[in-house]
Design a protein around this ligand. Structure first.
Ligand SMILES: [Zn+2]
Length: 241
């Protein structure tokens, strides 16, 4: 039986590969927690410039559109700050440098809780888990533990005035083994509003919104609430009371 998460963290950071992944993954939880007083931060690890099947639109044209959509979507759920790393869609690899970019923002924003892709998933209910999702999830896990903690890891951040940081908990979306659920009834409308900001990604945003709502409703039914999101949960320290 999955555990219900009720405590609202002070600061929550989302590490997502593409400009619309946070909306798909955890936006109802983020919206719910922001309404309850949390501060939220989005780190998007690619600019999503190749996220189209259209030949008429070039990556150079698409990147600024997706930037705007991501910022509108984050604003819809009340995110305080969005950073989009200048990595290109589909060109993301787990490297020392890329992991360091994630460590930098963990040290900068000092979140209590981090959300990201479950990098252990190769095949999901939606098909093959994108290579950028796997690279991002893996780098985010390792950034949290141990690299953001160790003062000799990426010491150039400390020279800049940042300090090592310990995150308390992580949550992974898209997991084959979710073991935690959150009542998102207060945030579902804002999640749908955020999803619909990604106009370039959906031929029918209304249908995508309805599908997303129905999914959260199905999950909620399992736990006796109107809407819920589920995650795989990892606590580095004793869970918050
Ligand atoms: Zn994605």
């Amino acid at each position: 039986m999955a555990e219900q998460i009720v405590a609202v963290p002070e600061r929550v950071m989302v590490v997502a590969a593409h400009p619309d992944d946070a909306e798909m993954g955890c936006a109802a939880t983020i919206a719910t927690w922001v309404r309850a007083g949390a501060q939220a931060f989005y780190l998007i690890t690619t600019n999503g410039d190749k996220g189209t099947d259209e030949l008429e639109i070039t990556p150079e044209e698409l990147a600024p559109i997706r930037d705007k959509e991501a910022r509108a979507a984050a604003a819809a759920v009340g995110v305080s700050e969005v950073q989009i790393l200048p990595n290109r869609d589909g060109e993301l690899f787990y490297t020392y440098e890329f992991r360091g970019q994630v460590v930098y923002w963990v040290r900068k924003w000092r979140p209590t809780v981090v959300f990201t892709h479950d990098p252990s998933v190769m095949f999901s209910e939606f098909g093959i888990n994108h290579a950028d999702h796997r690279a991002t999830g893996a780098a985010a896990i390792d950034a949290v533990y141990p690299f953001a903690r160790g003062p000799w890891q990426y010491p150039e951040h400390l020279a800049e005035g940042l300090q090592p940081h310990k995150v308390d908990e992580m949550f992974f979306w898209g997991s084959g083994q979710p073991d935690a659920w959150i009542d998102v009834s207060d945030g579902i409308d804002l999640k749908i509003a955020a999803l619909k900001c990604h106009v370039s990604q959906f031929s029918d945003p209304e249908r995508t919104g309805t599908g997303s709502r129905e999914r959260a409703e199905r999950v909620g039914k399992e736990y006796g609430v109107p809407y819920a999101e589920t995650f795989r949960h990892l606590a580095f320290r004793r869970p918050r009371p």
